[in-house]
Ligand binder design. Structure first.
Ligand code: OOG
Ligand code: MG
Length: 249
């Protein structure tokens, strides 16, 4: 790989390990989106070398609310590892400036070898949340920066799995300490989260990554993300899918 891209991957990986934000890569040297995906892969390879395993993919900017919040206008994707899965507690001291957002998650129970396999591969659907923690100062980036930074992925949690059903327009609610802080409809996710799953399958196939049975696909947030404080109790619910909770320290 181009040494400039290797150095970018090291910068982003160390930002996570040191819990310190870094200047945007694009402020320091040129970076296009195709190169940014190479950086993303290299960051994930470093995590895999430390023992983490891939367990899925995440879609980003699949809703207008997210595009407007972050000032970008293209759908992106990132990779999820087992170390990102949050059970019921999260220590925010390990993070830079975390945010949380409500998500719809798909569980695959078959490999996705071509994009056409995606819908039939759905084994379960859940409400979930994603914790974002941009490695960039001020949570500010260009499209290439955020792609390189694995779409700001930091962690995610999942509610109970449900058998495949229509989640094209279900109400979603994010509450912190009993207060509603964001609400919306799953229809905000490309009109139907299924479209996001199809997009994930297309992107993965194009990148030569086969989505595996047991993997999770996060379809993207239906609302803008909100700052995630320490000492908080967060609850994310979706009509017909129950809820998931997380307590932060
Ligand atoms: C990038 C991640 C976007 C989503 O669900 O749209 C994303 C960011 O907002 O920092 O995960
Ligand atoms: Mg997200």
């Amino acid at each position: 790989m181009n040494p400039r891209l290797t150095a970018f991957a090291e910068t982003l990986d160390e930002a996570v390990l040191n819990r310190r934000a870094v200047p945007r890569l694009t402020d320091t040297a040129p970076l296009d989106v195709a190169e940014a995906y190479e950086v993303q892969r290299a960051v994930i390879e470093r995590r895999r070398a430390r023992g983490e395993a891939l367990i899925g993919v995440k879609m980003g900017f699949t809703s207008r609310a997210k595009m407007v919040q972050m000032g970008v206008d293209d759908v992106i994707w990132g990779l999820l590892t087992d170390a990102m899965l949050i059970e019921s507690h999260l220590d925010t001291a390990g993070l830079i400036h975390p945010r949380i957002e409500p998500e719809i998650a798909f569980l695959l129970d078959r490999p996705v070898r071509t994009p056409a396999d995606a819908v039939a591969a759905i084994g379960g659907i859940a409400v979930g949340y994603e914790v974002l923690d941009s490695r960039y100062e001020g949570f500010s980036f260009t499209l290439a920066d955020v792609v390189a930074d694995n779409a700001s992925a930091s962690g995610f949690g999942l509610g109970p799995w449900h058998r495949p059903k229509d989640v094209g327009n279900v109400g979603m609610l994010l509450e912190i300490d009993g207060r509603a802080v964001a609400s919306g409809s799953s229809a905000a996710i490309l009109g139907d989260p299924l479209r996001s799953l199809n997009a994930a399958a297309r992107l993965a196939c194009a990148a030569g990554i086969e989505l595996q049975p047991g993997w999770v696909v996060l379809a993207g947030a239906a609302t803008a993300a909100v700052p995630l404080p320490s000492g908080a109790h967060v609850r994310v619910s979706a009509a017909g899918l129950g809820h998931v909770e997380v307590t932060t320290r």
